[in-house]
Design a protein around this ligand. Structure first.
Ligand SMILES: Nc1nc2c(c(=O)[nH]1)N[C@H]1C(S)=C(S)[C@@H](COP(=O)(O)O)O[C@H]1N2
Ligand SMILES: [Mo]
Length: 184
């Protein structure tokens, strides 16, 4: 085999290889849906940094979260058309450690507090603090580290999962940062 052999591959074969590759298919689907699709290119999350309203940060590894109280969330994934069981910790537990008000302490202007959840690809979504607090709002929001008993694989070390969303659009894969802000 000579060093030049790859150059003899017909352009049509090269094109077909790219077009029919899984990466191309996922990108094309995302563009058709008018969405930013970084699934294929996102770096795997390895740690999660939580920032409070005071700007103080705490960084968690998977082992750190596994040492906390577990929360399991069984959800229907509208994209995979399957029931999925995620295990992780309640987001409210991490936010409480960052100083967020929960339960009956959440009142008045504190309802202006919100959470920005960000993936390694910088995909970002907002949850209001209220909807992350099961003492105040129906449904659960968790930071998952496993699904159906296995690590999350391409979805990274951490994935945000919520029980109330009908589509998985706010389920941030490769979750790397959670930051508290206030609208006032
Ligand atoms: N990090 C990250 N998470 C993301 C997205 C993204 O682009 N980046 N897209 C969201 C959207 S719009 C949807 S519908 C789902 C799609 O997840 P799936 O490709 O695993 O079906 O992931 C969500 N989480
Ligand atoms: Mo989406």
């Amino acid at each position: 085999m000579t060093a030049y052999k790859p150059l003899r591959v017909a352009p049509a074969v090269v094109l077909a290889t790219i077009v029919f590759s899984p990466a191309f298919a996922i990108e094309a689907r995302g563009q058709a849906a008018g969405e930013t699709m970084n699934h294929v290119h996102a770096a795997a999350s390895t740690s999660l940094t939580v920032t409070g309203l005071d700007g103080k940060t705490a960084t968690y590894s998977v082992d750190d979260l596994k040492a906390m109280t577990h929360k399991t969330l069984s959800v229907y994934n509208e994209h995979t058309k399957a029931n999925e069981s995620y295990e992780g910790v309640a987001l409210t537990d991490l936010l409480a450690k960052a100083g967020a008000p929960t339960g009956e302490k959440l009142r008045g202007k504190l309802f202006l507090i919100y959470v920005v959840a960000e993936g390694t690809d910088h995909y970002r979504v907002v949850y209001s603090l209220d909807e992350t607090d099961p003492a105040n709002h129906a449904g659960d929001v968790i930071v998952a580290y496993s699904m159906n008993g296995a690590p999350l694989g391409a979805d990274g070390a951490f994935k945000m999962v919520s029980s109330e969303d009908k589509r998985p659009a706010r389920w941030v894969r490769n979750l790397s940062a959670v930051t508290l802000w206030t609208a006032e």
